[in-house]
Design a protein around this ligand. Structure first.
Ligand code: CP
Length: 333
């Protein structure tokens, strides 16, 4: 079956024009929400939300966006359905495609998201896989736009941490598509896969993007408008990975010193969340007991500083996911 054109499985599915159009639509929807003039364009639509992994922001953003726009949702969690246990992804897709107008999928394997789209006949939206996190990118770029005065092409951002993870890969590809200045600061063993780096360079040659992958944190952040980090051990990875990652990633921890090393007074801090920035969580306390850390990928003073725009990012998950839904299924589109 042909994939629905309203699907969003990875950033590479979109060109610059399509990405910018989604961002513009998100901005319009955000303004309409603020002004109380939002017009439901998804009345009577039914959406399935599949979550094989935990979520706060993505789940809530899809639910609230659907409700605001007049759609109904059905939540299929990690247990309680047959998905992947007694029923294949292809069969699940053909069943859900007969009942629902669109399907969100958060899971482990990108191939599962792609297969859902191949068989469902309705739009499929990737709410995070191990490889890509495209709806996060829309929120991140919208947030950068809101905190920048010049054109997007002049914006420089730097991801610090595990460069192999979904957010790092997605940031690299998104910046390369949009013609931005995108850097990854990570130890060599945690650099993005070579094929992703190669793709970023190919895209950059077309878009004018500047791409830098480096194991030198000071070089990575020099001149950056936005420093971005993510949890050092991702969902689905082993707890034992912390013992390897902590010593590797400590030089890339976002502290006031690293923020200052950007050399800019207005550098902002970004994080897709959830963040380990203190000992107020079970995991935070465990890392404190095991490694003496008070927070991991970002220090608490940076997280709580005026430079931190993490909750703007979180809010923008809603407006950008709403744009994805309206773009795919909105009446009159
Ligand atoms: N950033 C993000 O995807 O958040 P959740 O895991 O809470 O959905």
């Amino acid at each position: 079956m042909q994939r629905h054109p309203g699907s969003l499985l990875k950033e590479l599915d979109l060109d610059k024009k399509e990405l910018l159009a989604l961002l513009e639509l998100a901005g319009e929807l955000k303004r309409a929400t603020a002004e109380g003039t939002e017009k439901p364009q998804l009345t009577g639509r039914n959406l399935a939300l599949i979550f094989e992994k935990a979520s706060t922001r993505t789940l809530c953003a899809f639910e609230v966006a659907a409700y605001d726009q007049g759609a109904h949702i059905t939540y299929l969690g990690p247990s309680g359905s047959h998905i992947g246990v007694a029923e294949s992804i292809a069969d699940t897709a053909r069943v859900l495609g007969r009942m629902f107008d669109g399907i969100e999928f958060r899971g482990f394997d990108q191939a599962a998201a792609e297969q859902l789209a191949d068989y469902a006949g309705v739009p499929v939206w990737n709410g995070l896989t191990t490889q890509w996190h495209p709806t996060q990118m829309l929120a991140d770029i919208l947030t950068m736009t809101e905190h920048s005065s010049g054109p997007l092409e002049d914006v420089s951002y730097c991801f610090l941490g595990d460069g192999r993870n979904n957010v790092a890969r997605s940031l690299l590809i998104t910046g390369a598509i949009l013609g931005m200045d995108v850097r990854i600061g990570a130890p060599r063993e945690l650099w993005p896969p070579q094929d992703v780096i190669d793709t970023a360079h190919t895209l950059a040659a077309e878009s004018g993007a500047r791409v830098l992958i480096t194991d030198d944190p000071a070089k990575a952040v020099a001149g950056s408008d936005f420093l971005y980090t993510d949890v050092w051990v991702s969902m689905g990875e082993s707890d034992a990975d912390w013992a390897v990652r902590v010593p590797l990633l400590l030089p890339f921890r976002v502290t006031t010193d690293l923020m200052a090393a950007s050399g800019r007074t207005g550098t902002k801090f970004m994080h897709c969340l959830p963040a380990l920035h203190d000992t107020d969580t079970e995991l935070g306390r465990r890392l404190h007991d095991q490694f003496g850390l008070d927070g991991a990928e970002v220090s608490n003073d940076v997280f709580e500083s005026e430079a931190s725009i993490v909750f703007d990012q979180a809010e923008n998950r809603l407006h950008t996911i709403k744009a994805v839904l309206v773009n795919a299924l909105g009446q009159g589109r």
